[in-house]
Design a protein around this ligand. Structure first.
Ligand code: SF4
Length: 284
């Protein structure tokens, strides 16, 4: 959770602590099977709520990222090779918890020639072997230098909702996402929509890093022009003392206003609130 002290939080930033039998079962299953989640690694404020609903976003390919974005709490360094047992472990987890809609994400794996795409494919295949009705949402890195290879591999894993986050406005990339490239991210979303026109394409932004309204509108227009149909907007919360500071707490009313704007621009699935994250209530 953010390191802003409690007294500095505006009243609408309140954390759901979670608990109860479903929460305990989710936590125990993840621990027993050694499955990483973005919920814990990113110190997501919704963990209590989501795990109490039996929802968790699995973080495959380890919890060491090859990049080092100052907004993100996930560790960085030299990652381990992909775990060949991971697809079956994730599939087992979905069975034990009764997951019907799974969001799968990963750290950036610039060290792998396919950016980690094969592990995404194999996780989905293992889950489908147990439950052919399961539905999936991928939240992938930008596949720097391997986009076409990665998409060729992911072609075998369809159908899914395809997600890739632009995270913030281009003027803040140097500060917030120095290893990323705004145009590369848009290019990935566009390439996906061109390849698979029926695949819903989703992206997310964190607000409160110092962006202006005009910059947000511009990003939303760029996303629409790149074929993105779904958008999630949430408040950036500083996950550790080393992370970027919050520049602004956006009010719930302003988030509702952004939701309206997004719908006006043609997004057909919109989630916008202080606690929205790309995987928050993704199944709805
Ligand atoms: S919003 Fe996503 S990352 Fe956060 S707890 Fe829920 S499933 Fe996990």
């Amino acid at each position: 959770m953010s390191v802003v002290t409690k007294s500095q939080f505006p009243p609408w930033i309140k954390q759901h602590l979670g608990g109860g039998s479903t929460y305990n079962k989710t936590a125990k299953t993840l621990e027993e099977l050694g499955i990483q989640t973005i919920c814990t690694n990113a110190k997501c404020p919704n963990l209590g709520e989501c795990w109490s609903r039996g929802t968790a976003t699995v973080l495959i390919l380890g919890n060491i990222c090859t990049r080092n974005c100052p907004f993100c709490a996930v560790g960085h360094g030299k990652p381990l090779p992909p775990d060949p047992k991971e697809p079956e472990n994730v599939a087992e987890m979905t069975q034990r918890i009764g997951v019907k809609y799974l969001v799968v994400t990963s750290v950036d794996r610039d060290d792998l020639p396919d950016g980690g795409a094969a592990q995404f494919r194999d996780v989905l295949a293992a889950c489908r072997r147990r439950d052919p009705e399961m539905r999936f949402e991928l939240l992938v890195p930008d596949f720097r230098d391997c986009r076409e290879t990665a998409l060729d591999i992911l072609d075998e894993a369809r159908p899914f909702v395809f997600g890739h986050n632009v995270e913030t406005v281009p003027d803040l990339y140097l500060k917030a996402r120095p290893g990323g490239d705004y145009q590369r991210s848009l290019g990935l979303l566009k390439a996906v929509k061109e390849r698979w026109p029926d695949t819903p394409v989703k992206s997310s932004m964190m607000l409160g890093l110092g962006e202006t309204d005009a910059q947000i509108i511009e990003v939303m227009q760029d996303l629409r022009a790149s074929g993105c149909d779904r958008i999630a907007l949430g408040q950036y919360l500083r996950p550790s003392r080393d992370s970027l500071e919050v520049a602004e707490f956006v009010t719930p009313e302003k988030f509702a206003w952004w939701a309206e704007k997004a719908r006006e621009l043609g997004f057909d699935w919109v989630m916008s609130s202080p606690f929205t994250r790309s995987s928050y209530h993704a199944d709805e």
